[in-house]
Ligand binder design. Structure first.
Ligand code: UDP
Length: 335
């Protein structure tokens, strides 16, 4: 039984490949390496001891995807391949429509032609936009505030209609704040440019950057800084494997939140990082970042009940695993 992971060289994709291998699945990766690099696959082969095939291909080129599905005898797909920078999506929305939406349409057509009918999809809490109530439930209103979230929501809708017309079953996983790294410290988060809180804090701790700017300390929260639901990437990886298993066992198409139900403020994350790294982190307080809601936390009840998944890692686990990765690889996969 072989699973194709599109975007498997990227951050969450690579951790999911590691988990699939650990759970005994055969895996192939399809990635165009535009925002990731081959080195993550080289390291995955070392961690897992498996010969993970990497197909350097683009989901938009349907013949190539079809060939991979046929040659590898793929049973199900986990689909990560997409652009994912919120800020970039605001300045270049059509880039997001072209890759995320058109790419997914090409992938779905290839699946229909090659009779692959199960897909797990990497979605996001950005599909909800500004929440009306906390914690966020899967049944809450979706009203994205940026093209990134909008394309992910449209992709979910594409899956829904394709499911009813062509019998493709899907699970969409809406992640909250993905963070942390593999326990080995050899694969982890490496975005360029880096915009996420925890890598930036740890780069400041490692001396790669001078300081961290906190975007707003006047929110109506316990210490004035934003509250987010930080979920360890290894917990996310386990949820993807649980979702594949659910589809292989005949589960029906559905959408699940993936979060911890625990909110942590920006200041609390910085305090945890100072405690674990033993470094003083220089903090500058600045204005709010446009589009940041004060509080975002998930209800994960549905994933617990239907997928039998629950997050296991704490904030300390997140920081210590990410610190292991960042201190060994201060410039990501670059040598
Ligand atoms: N944040 C911050 N400084 C930074 C990056 C992020 O204060 O340099 C804050 C941001 O305002 C948000 C939280 O940290 O409240 C998490 O932001 P991130 O970009 O990591 O994820 P998001 O919640 O936007 O998906």
């Amino acid at each position: 039984m072989k699973i194709l992971v599109t975007g498997g060289a990227g951050y969450i994709g690579s951790h999911t490949v590691a988990q699939l291998c650990a759970d005994g699945y055969e895996v192939a990766v399809l990635d165009n390496l535009y925002t990731s690099c081959e080195e993550s696959i080289v390291r995955l082969r070392k961690i897992t001891g498996k010969d993970i095939p990497l197909h350097k291909a683009d989901i938009r080129v349907q013949e190539n995807v079809r060939k991979v599905l046929r040659d590898e005898k793929i049973e199900a797909i986990i689909h990560f391949a997409a652009y994912s920078l919120v800020g970039e999506s605001m300045t270049n929305p059509l880039k997001y429509y072209e890759n995320n939406l058109y790419g997914t349409k090409q992938l779905l057509e290839a699946m229909i032609e090659e009779k692959v009918n199960k897909i797990v999809f990497s979605s996001t809490a950005a599909t909800y936009g500004e929440p009306k109530s906390i914690p966020i439930l899967e049944t809450d209103e979706t009203n994205p505030t940026n093209p990134y979230g909008e394309t992910k929501l449209s992709m979910e809708k594409m899956f829904k209609w394709t499911a009813s017309a062509h019998g493709v079953r899907f699970v969409s996983l809406r992640y909250f704040n993905a963070c942390g790294a593999h326990e080995s410290g050899t694969i982890g988060e490496a975005h360029n440019p880096e915009t996420h809180l925890i890598p930036i804090i740890l780069q400041a701790a490692a001396g790669v950057r001078k300081s961290i700017s906190v975007y707003g300390a006047d929110y109506p929260t316990r210490d004035g800084t934003c509250v987010r639901d930080y979920i360890h990437v290894s917990d996310l990886a386990k949820a993807h494997v649980a979702a594949v298993k659910y589809l292989l066992d005949g589960g029906k198409s559905d959408i699940f939140n993936l979060g911890t139900e625990t909110g942590t403020t920006v200041k609390e994350v910085i305090d945890a990082a100072e405690k674990i790294t033993g470094k003083d982190i220089k903090v500058l307080y600045g204005g709010r970042r446009a589009g940041d809601p004060a509080v975002l936390t998930a209800s994960n009840k549905k994933a617990r009940e239907i997928l039998g998944w629950k997050p296991e890692k704490t904030m300390d686990d997140i920081i210590s695993s990410a610190w292991k990765w960042h201190s060994k690889n201060p410039y990501g996969y670059k040598k």
